[in-house]
Design a protein around this ligand. Structure first.
Ligand code: PGA
Length: 267
């Protein structure tokens, strides 16, 4: 496995500060026995008000890596100003974030986020030295109409427009079929792998082979401890973006443990 896997927990609009703290401590307690070299890249994305209840956990083995990284669930592309209810990249960095999830289907669907806005956000995140986790995915209607690949290729091209190959290489993409999010209906792993390989070929087209080889592309949609091993065994799936199963330390830690075994086995 040449790309380091990512296990990212998207806590969505859940958990009060005390609950976020408890979940964070549960994950921290698990990772303490391992180094960042052994662990996948772990990212957690709490609500903004709980960013103060979590923190980046640095590894002390001398590798310079982090055991736990923090992400924002959204951001605005402007640095500051009259944008009521919004948060800037600099503010997220100031609150300890090193990643930002953008273009989640819930934001596209309920908050009218467009490809153009997602592209502006991606550029602002990279300019601020953080890493975007760019989400894409098709609806059930689009899948049934046979337009999955062209739809997703369009989302990816629009999101990456005008971004350098170097910045694309360090970015993260999450393929999340909308019909699989929070429904318990996981996408068949071979099919998820096929779509992710297609996304990688789109990245190759816009940013070259090196960026396509380096970029980490995750699967998201009803990932559970019982599905992760099969998903991670696929050639192009570099990790998971997890909603429901990231809200309990037991299930999230089990997903990390199972992914970690694969990292160790691949050495
Ligand atoms: P889920 O959510 O794991 O609850 O399906 C995934 C996501 O929306 O990122």
């Amino acid at each position: 496995m040449s790309r380091k896997p990512i296990i990212a927990g998207n806590w969505k609009m859940n958990l009060l500060q005390s609950e976020a703290k408890e979940l964070f401590e549960g994950i921290k307690g698990f990772v303490k026995d391992y180094t960042a070299v052994e662990l996948p890249t772990i990212v957690i994305a709490p609500v903004f008000t709980s960013l103060a209840a979590v923190e980046t956990v640095k590894c002390d083995c001398g590798c310079g890596g982090n055991k736990i990284n923090i992400a924002g669930q959204n951001c605005h592309w402007e640095k500051s100003g009259a944008y009521t209810g919004e948060i800037s990249v600099e503010m997220l960095a100031d609150a300890g974030c090193s990643y930002v999830i953008i273009g989640h289907s819930e934001r596209r669907q309920y908050f009218s986020e467009t490809d153009e806005m997602i592209n502006k956000k991606a550029k602002a995140i990279l300019a601020g030295g953080l890493i975007p986790i760019i989400c894409c995915g098709e609806t059930l209607e689009q899948r049934e109409a046979g337009v999955t690949d062209s739809w997703i290729a369009g989302q990816i091209k629009a999101a990456l427009e005008g971004i350098s190959s170097e910045d694309i290489a360090k970015s993260v993409i999450a393929y999340e079929p909308i019909w699989a999010i929070g429904t318990g209906k996981t996408c068949d792993s071979d099919e998820a792998n096929r779509v992710i390989a297609m996304i990688r070929s789109v990245v190759k087209e816009v940013a070259g082979a090196e960026a396509a080889d380096a970029i980490r592309i995750l699967y998201g949609g009803s990932v559970k401890p019982s599905t992760i091993e099969e998903q991670m065994s696929k050639s192009d799936i570099d990790g998971a973006l997890i909603g429901g199963a990231s809200l309990k330390a037991d299930s999230f830690n089990e997903i990390i443990a199972k992914t970690m075994k694969l990292v160790v086995a691949a050495k």
